[in-house]
Design a protein around this ligand. Structure first.
Ligand code: SF4
Length: 252
């Protein structure tokens, strides 16, 4: 009981999954499970864990259905499932084609192309020769490198996270299930909120790169895409700031 009370319900649903930097690891059940997995099954990779969980969930579902007197193989259940799946697929297509999602796709593609280019390597070599020529202070070169490293770590972490979360938020917005909830608890708003946090942090990180690579037009273009996304998100989900992320927005 004591162990259960320390966990914050649903904290992992609206976090950025960056456990290494999370201040709430000791209150997160997902983190604890993952640590247990690493300790108990260090040889298992994620694909195996997901497969195990899938089988376990199916068994649990079957048991629950039996207890509720539900026949999962009945025509009625099959028809309902098919209708639900068709609806989910239609929502998925609409979300994928939404301009906000298209913008997020453009962002990761442009961002990845820049990160994969040899620009940083060239810049490092440039700093190195400037230090050797005595026109750049060694401390400044090292601080530039640290800044570039930190910026790229942040950008890489959120690069694919942003499109995934934007699509999820658009998808959930179409689900009338959330209409019965207040803004503080609506999943679509929570997902939009964590997407906006990821966008803000990415803007900060690209801004750091801009200081180091000010001659790079692509960095400015990428920043412009992020800013468009930031504005688009508040237009499409005007109430997302009201959402309270358990464990993060409700802590003193
Ligand atoms: S809440 Fe923190 S520890 Fe839990 S999954 Fe999210 S980032 Fe990781």
């Amino acid at each position: 009981m004591e162990n259960n009370q320390k966990f914050i319900p649903g904290i992992y649903n609206w976090c950025d999954r960056w456990c290494e930097r999370c201040p709430q690891t000791d209150r997160c059940r997902v983190y604890e499970r993952e640590e247990d997995r690493k300790k108990n099954y260090p040889e298992k990779d994620w694909a195996e864990v997901v497969a195990d969980n899938f089988a376990e969930t199916l068994q649990m579902l079957q048991k629950m259905a039996e207890e509720m007197g539900l026949d999962l193989d009945s025509e009625e259940v099959k028809e309902e499932t098919a209708a639900q799946m068709a609806l989910e697929e239609a929502q998925e297509v609409i979300a994928e084609n939404h301009p906000l999602h298209e913008l997020s796709e453009k962002y990761w593609k442009k961002g990845k192309a820049w990160l994969d280019s040899p620009l940083l390597k060239e810049k490092v070599l440039q700093w190195k020769s400037m230090v050797e020529l005595g026109v750049m202070d060694l401390d400044l070169a090292e601080s530039n490198l640290r800044m570039a490293d930190e910026a790229m770590e942040v950008i890489n972490w959120y690069l694919f996270f942003i499109p995934v979360k934007i699509k999820r938020a658009l998808h959930d917005q179409m689900d009338s299930f959330w209409d019965q909830y207040p803004d503080e608890e609506r999943s679509d708003l929570g997902t939009a909120k964590i997407a906006s946090i990821a966008i803000d942090r990415s803007i900060g990180a690209w801004g750091m790169l801009f200081k180091l690579f000010s001659e790079q037009e692509e960095v400015v273009e990428i920043l412009a895409i992020l800013e468009k996304m930031r504005r688009g998100l508040i237009e499409v989900f005007p109430n997302y700031p009201k959402f309270i992320r358990p464990g993060f927005d409700d802590q003193p």
